[in-house]
Design a protein around this ligand. Structure first.
Ligand code: ZN
Length: 326
């Protein structure tokens, strides 16, 4: 895919393209980031751009080489991963890859190899990779993908150019999900819970997520400062562990963002399938008050992320929310 189709990693792509234009791409890269954030896509886009017969620093997408990379059947690209049922990438697999790289490329200017995930190289395979990383045969390009560079031997790390990929923003995850054909409503529901990983977003069970959303909306609707028990019950029921609380806060953020949109006169909301509940939040309180609550929810999320007690943080937040609903 052309670089323009990769979302959220503009700075990294600019660095890679600049090095291509200067003829200074590294022999070996180490792409670090959460699985599903776009490391492999970027690796393939880089290889496609290097192989492209038309453009100097991007993939044209239409030349025979670009089409083969796109179709996953370019003979000069090698993917190295653990065999099914095996934990590690074995020395035998590694030797086979080294033998392949030492052959002349079939069509491309050079061969390329992606090792994914590199933390599955065991000590002997990592050690036998060192020489290849230093002087890849035939100028081959080697790209290692890892979740955490700290898990690799320092001798492997030091021989690669490290590039750190940030998790994707919820907006980018949402737009990638929609491009892949997911309904906008579902995409908006799962994107904030994905941790910046498209893969995780696709694995989330959106039906049970939708049920949890209903439960949260109904609890929020019942909270009343004059019946203080309703506030603490809601915090008790919804807090759970840290991850569950963060998920809840992400939901609240999307509800109140929608309520602020409605209050400001925009009809466009993310949670359109529960519109009546959102309209009730928007009409119960003034726009400035809902904007203030949105800010409070952000603050609470930051605090819980920094290890604040989930239940106490929610007690505090819910008291504040219920106070406005008097
Ligand atoms: Zn091309």
């Amino acid at each position: 895919m052309p670089f323009a189709d990769i979302l959220g990693h503009d700075r990294i792509i600019e660095v890679l393209r600049r090095s291509m234009r200067g003829g200074k791409t590294a022999h070996s890269y180490l792409f670090e980031g959460v699985p599903g954030c776009g490391r492999k896509k970027t690796a393939l886009a880089l290889i496609q751009a290097l192989f492209c017969a038309v453009l100097p620093d991007d993939a044209c997408g239409v030349c025979p080489s670009c089409r083969k990379v796109e179709g996953g059947n370019h003979p000069d690209i090698h993917l190295l991963a653990p065999l099914p049922d095996k934990r590690d990438i074995s020395v035998d697999q590694l030797r086979e890859m080294q033998r392949e790289l030492s052959l002349r490329p079939y069509e491309a200017p050079r061969k390329a190899c992606i090792i994914d995930p590199a933390e599955r190289l065991n000590v002997s395979s990592a050690n036998s990779l060192l020489k290849t990383l230093e002087e890849p045969p035939g100028n081959a390009l080697i790209i290692l993908l890892t979740e955490n560079a700290g898990m690799l031997l320092s001798t492997v790390r030091s021989r690669c150019q490290l590039i750190r990929f940030a998790p994707l923003s919820p907006e980018h995850v949402q737009s990638l999900l929609e491009r892949s054909g997911m309904a906008p409503e579902t995409a908006a529901l799962v994107a904030p819970m994905s941790g910046g990983s498209l893969q995780k977003a696709l694995e989330l069970d959106n039906e049970s997520l939708a049920l949890r959303r209903e439960a949260v909306l109904s609890r929020v609707g019942q909270m009343n400062i004059n019946r203080i028990a309703t506030v603490f019950d809601a915090a008790e029921e919804l807090s759970g562990n840290r991850d569950a609380t963060l998920e809840l806060l992400d939901m609240l953020l999307s509800f109140f963002r929608d309520a602020v949109h409605l209050g400001a006169g925009s009809g466009e909301i993310i949670n359109s399938s529960v519109r009546p509940a959102i309209e009730s939040i928007a009409s119960k309180q003034s726009l400035p008050r809902n904007m203030e609550l949105l800010e409070r929810i952000y603050e609470t999320r930051r605090a819980v992320q920094r290890n604040a007690n989930p239940k106490l943080s929610l007690d505090h937040l819910f008291m504040n929310m219920a106070d406005g609903a008097r």
